[in-house]
Design a binder for this molecule. Sequence first.
Ligand code: FES
Length: 169
Amino acid sequence: MSDDLRQKIEDAIAEPKNLGEMQNADAVGTAGSADCGDMLRMWIKFREEDGKKVIDRATFQTFGCETAIAVASLATQLIQGKTPEEAMAMDGQALSAELGPLPPMRIHCAQLVEGALRQALGGAALTPAKISAPAAAPANAPTLMDSFSPAKDGAQKTVRVILKPKTEQ
Ligand code: FES
């Protein structure tokens, strides 16, 4: 990972934006990565603007790495004001563009964000990543913690837990 990318990720996670569950969300999507076992959930609230439905705001929670947190923080800002169709046209690369190119082993981190976004918006993933809505993680579970289940083989996994109190309504 380049120093520039590392610095951008550190800046983004120093004060991640839109972190936390959203009580009155209109849509929620959860994605898990088959590559690393991390999970990410995104909540979305819509509003009407000039007769169009646009994304008013989005929030996220994740058991994920710093790259996923940084991309989710940027993505939730990036999709504000976009129509669902415009947001669905964005893949992981577009959502993480502000960070610059991600190294190959971090591309799935951005695809995790894309997966949660697209599940919330009801679309299929653009990128052919091994990203899915985890079977053990119903998208409507109250929090990401509620839907988290340990690996079936009982293996312990170290995860970075980013859970914060509910965001402002
Ligand atoms: Fe899996 Fe980043 S290492 S989301």
